[in-house]
Design a protein around this ligand. Structure first.
Ligand SMILES: N[C@@H](CCC(=O)N[C@@H](CS)C(=O)NCC(=O)O)C(=O)O
Length: 219
């Protein structure tokens, strides 16, 4: 019997996407909540490289970086696929996952936490990328087609966390009127019964972000 441990933080979108993937495949695992202000020696022993959660430990061997972990889970365990089987579709999923992370999520996050010129620059960058994403999701239920796939997992950040953060900071870029297709997809994803079970409580995330915004400390 294999031994699977996941080091995480309850509020982390990166951790939640890994939990979703493990649950999708029906993997039995031990979840270990890590205090990011005071990381445990065991956690640092497993991930002395990036020191970030999530870290998946499978039979004593650690794997870091959520996207790498998602692919590992997909290859290691049977069950519903996270990536498509077709090589071209697999390549495109990887491309869009990276696009969502680098071009949409990061500038959106940055715009919410910054001000002045820095905010304007991040806003412009996010808007350009969201326009492209808006077109990509048009007419589809999920980025993965009828089923949730890699891009949907990675885009959990813009579906669930970004709308909460926008309300907390009072600065809105991703809005229903500007990006109706993304908004529709977000609704579909967050209200999916499987996804819902793997998301944190909205109120709890909102309070944690409010606290972070007031104090300037994320953890
Ligand atoms: N690129 C990483 C990002 C992970 C990440 O940023 N994790 C945050 C929690 S949301 C973390 O561990 N922060 C701790 C720190 O910055 O020291 C991934 O995809 O796994």
């Amino acid at each position: 019997m294999s031994e699977v441990k996941l080091f995480g933080a309850w509020f982390s979108p990166y951790v939640r996407r890994v939990e979703m993937a493990l649950n999708l495949k029906g993997v039995i695992y031990e979840y270990i909540e890590e205090d990011l202000k005071n990381k445990s020696p065991l956690f640092l022993q497993y991930n002395p490289v990036t020191k970030l959660v999530p870290v998946l430990v499978h039979n004593g061997k650690p794997i870091f970086e959520s996207n790498v972990i998602l692919e590992y889970i997909d290859e290691m365990w049977e069950g519903p696929s996270i990536l498509p089987k077709d090589p071209y579709q697999r390549a495109m999923s990887r491309f869009w996952a990276k696009f969502v992370q680098d071009k949409c999520s990061e500038p959106l996050w940055k715009a919410c936490w910054s001000a002045g010129e820095e905010r304007e620059k991040a806003k412009k960058e996010a808007e350009e990328a969201l326009k492209i994403l808006e077109n990509e999701i048009k007419g589809k239920k999920f980025f993965g087609g009828d089923n949730i796939g890699l891009v949907d997992y990675v885009a959990n950040f813009i579906a669930f966390w970004i709308p909460i953060l926008q309300d907390v900071v009072g600065f809105h870029i991703l809005t229903q009127d500007k990006y109706p297709n993304i908004w529709k997809w977000s609704d579909e994803l967050c209200n999916n019964s499987f996804v819902k079970k793997n998301l944190p409580e909205k109120e709890k995330v909102s309070s944690a972000l409010k606290m972070a915004f007031q104090t300037g400390n994320l953890y």
